[in-house]
Design a protein around this ligand. Sequence first.
Ligand code: AMP
Length: 299
Amino acid sequence: MAQTVGFVPTMGALHDGHLSLVKKSLAENDLTVVSIFVNPAQFAPHEDLTSYPRTLPKDIEILENTRSPGAGSCETRYPAAVFAPTANEMYPSGIVLEIAEQKGAFVEVKGFSHQMEGQTRPTFFRGVATVVTKLFNVIQPTNAYFGQKDIQQALILKRLVTDLLMSHPTPQNLHIVPTGRDLTDGLALSSRNLYLSPAGRKVAPTLRQALLAAEIAWNGGATKHETLVRAITVMDAAIRRAHREGLTAGIKLDYIEMNDTKTFEVLDAQARKTEGSTVILSGAFYVDKTAAHRQYSAG
Ligand code: AMP
């Protein structure tokens, strides 16, 4: 019988959030491939491509020590391969960050890449869609695993494989895995958390607290407007508390919004939860200079 291949694309600087994807893939597939590639095409010229953490030897060591039992078997599985290509291998026509100067093939998921995170990062999802298409072509996975932390990315990629009629993976085999968090304060694990100052690290879970309060309000019947007011009130209070405690991390709200899961359209201010519906409640803010994201679907 043909072996199944699970695939986990990453940019490295691996943490337990990445490893939850890897373990799910190990459990569900005969073979698991993890890619580690800091993709230039998803960075705008002013973003952190050169300073993005690169820890390949440590990442490989971590993966060598990551194992999981196969579902329904007593076999212990380890990742079968790490794919860590160079930029030249991934972009044979070359790659520059200025879109106007780029040459070669790029992939765009039109109509879904300008909302939410795409507002401040208008070319980000084009870079992600392009690299993931290339990676899927190389690995030809049966199943692929993405984090709910980046819910817009995962849903765009589902649309990508649907619209391009891809078979490896099929849309049904592109899986979204719950966000791995710091067990003490709930901050979503992220490679960019390495950038945070001690003060920034303390303040960063604020967004999660705000969105959790908003989720409770929404599930309790609040309108979208009331839900977002709740989130912003909680955030403001947490930021004021941090300042009183002398934490000097620079904080700037990027956005908090509620969007339709299928179209990504912004919900009407008076919209309320309806039975069985799912919406995206998401937000981002800058701490120090790092974007701390918490994105999730509220049932
Ligand atoms: P990155 O290396 O940040 O590009 O992330 C690679 C994959 O890991 C993406 O699918 C992310 O959504 C996922 N990921 C990153 N952080 C987490 C986390 N804390 N929990 C679950 N998945 C994550």
